[in-house]
Design a protein around this ligand. Structure first.
Ligand code: MN
Length: 437
């Protein structure tokens, strides 16, 4: 399942020269998927694969006459505006297409002349969500975030006793998920100050981001069946960056007893690119659980999960305010973290989600939860970075922030870099807050 193959070879280069820079997110070892079209012209969205600063148009590749068999069938599915049909074809087909595209895009490929006509410059493209997202579940997989935020909401009882046994999550809202570039009005709702006797109604005053990873299900499972921990990764198509915007004051009033609702359902911003599970193989690491903590139950344990269940993905979140934009000041880093801090693995989240017989469908999205690390500088939400708004962050131009203001743009980036492997990245998730309407 996690064996390296020729597509991961760090020495591979592409005839698309920008893929060979060493700093691009999209070398030939990556080959992530999106749904795109050219800006400013009337045409339909279709599947694309990133290569350097270009996109390989998979609809054009499907009509190029270069491919046949399983690869051609896969490309025809990728020519649609949503990739669900391709994602449902399963890990073997994803892998077959990956190998074919890797070979076709390599330096020296005889397909160069024909395939170079299927490239679109990324700067000329716009994106949409790469698949229909039937359902969205948000997990809570950083014990550091859970402890930090639990201490703010429940000072006497920060980490509830179920946390170290169950991958905690809630069913979210998929309709308001959009790709990078999303803008949305500040949400309005009910809030209640701790000392107020009654709630009030108005714009959210404690608007926050959450740096997360998104996990896309490819092949699903039938209702009444479950996905074992050994099988879980065969169901995972790939991962993206994910910003789960959160209205903390709305959350604080509404979340008991059934969990987040309107505090989370107004917008979520994903990166346009899904980096496939296969592309992530070189950056897999051991999953370690502190020996003083409860060890995962048997249904959440396997040798593969212990040896290779973790992922080493560097994550960064940056802020650009309206004043910074006006003053030509670059976005400033708020925090750096890593997917390796997750208390639960991707396989454990998938397996737990289905253990009662819940059916997953192609395109379903699981988000990891805010991926905060152990250090204060690795806190991946404003509520943690400012201790619930008590300690404002000072920005390079002298502005301060406790929570997000109108005009603020939050940028999430992520990449994998490891000795003996190519550097691959996820692109970015960019979202901007507009005034309440
Ligand atoms: Mn979240």
């Amino acid at each position: 399942m996690f064996e390296l193959n020729e597509t991961h070879d760090p020495l591979l280069t592409s005839w698309v020269v920008s893929a060979n820079s060493g700093t691009t997110d999209f070398p030939v070892q990556n080959l992530p998927f999106s749904s795109f079209r050219r800006k400013g012209v009337t045409e339909t969205y279709r599947g694309g694969v990133a290569i350097g600063d270009h996109i390989l148009d998979l609809a054009a590749a499907a009509t190029s006459g270069l491919f046949n068999g399983t690869v051609q069938t896969a490309l025809e599915a990728c020519a649609k505006d949503k990739l669900n049909d391709f994602m449902s074809m399963g890990a073997e087909t994803w892998s077959t297409l990956r190998l074919a595209l890797s070979k076709a895009l390599r330096t020296g490929s005889s397909d160069e002349a024909a395939l170079s006509k299927c490239l679109v410059a990324m700067s000329e493209a716009e994106f949409t969500t790469p698949c229909v997202i039937p359902d969205y579940t948000d997990f809570y997989s950083s014990v550091h975030h859970a402890t930090n935020i639990g201490a703010l909401f429940r000072p006497d009882n920060p980490l509830l006793p179920n946390y170290k046994w169950i991958p905690i999550g809630y069913h979210g809202r998929s309709s308001s998920i959009a790709v990078s570039g999303q803008t949305f009005p500040r949400p309005i709702g009910q809030t209640k100050a701790p000392d107020a006797t009654e709630p009030s109604f108005g714009p959210c005053n404690r608007l926050d981001f959450e740096l997360e990873m998104g996990i896309f299900i490819g092949s699903g499972n039938d209702i009444g069946t479950r996905v074992s921990i050994e099988e879980a990764n065969n169901h995972v198509f790939g991962m993206c960056l994910f910003n789960d915007w959160s209205a903390r004051d709305i959350q604080g009033w509404e979340y008991q007893p059934l969990g987040p609702f309107l505090a989370k359902n107004f917008a979520s911003t994903m990166s346009p690119w899904i980096v496939t599970n296969e592309a992530l193989i070189p950056y897999r690491i051991a999953f370690e659980r502190d020996e003083n903590d409860p060890q995962p139950m048997e249904y959440l344990t396997s040798d593969t999960n212990s040896n290779l269940g973790g992922l080493d993905i560097d994550l960064e979140v940056l802020l650009e305010t309206q004043a910074m934009r006006d003053g030509g000041i670059a976005a400033t880093t708020l925090a750096n973290s890593n997917m390796k801090y997750s208390y639960w693995t991707v396989a454990q989240m998938v397996t737990h989600h289905t253990v009662g017989g819940c059916n997953m469908q192609p395109g379903d999205l699981l988000a990891t939860g805010t991926m905060s690390g152990p250090d204060a500088s690795q806190a991946c939400a404003m509520i943690e970075l400012t201790s619930g708004g008590k300690n404002p962050i000072k920005l390079p131009n002298g502005e301060t922030r406790t929570f997000l203001e109108d005009g603020d743009t939050v940028i999430i980036k992520g990449h994998c870099a490891r000795e003996g492997a190519a550097r691959i990245g996820f692109g970015s998730s960019v979202g901007t807050i507009k005034p309440a309407i």
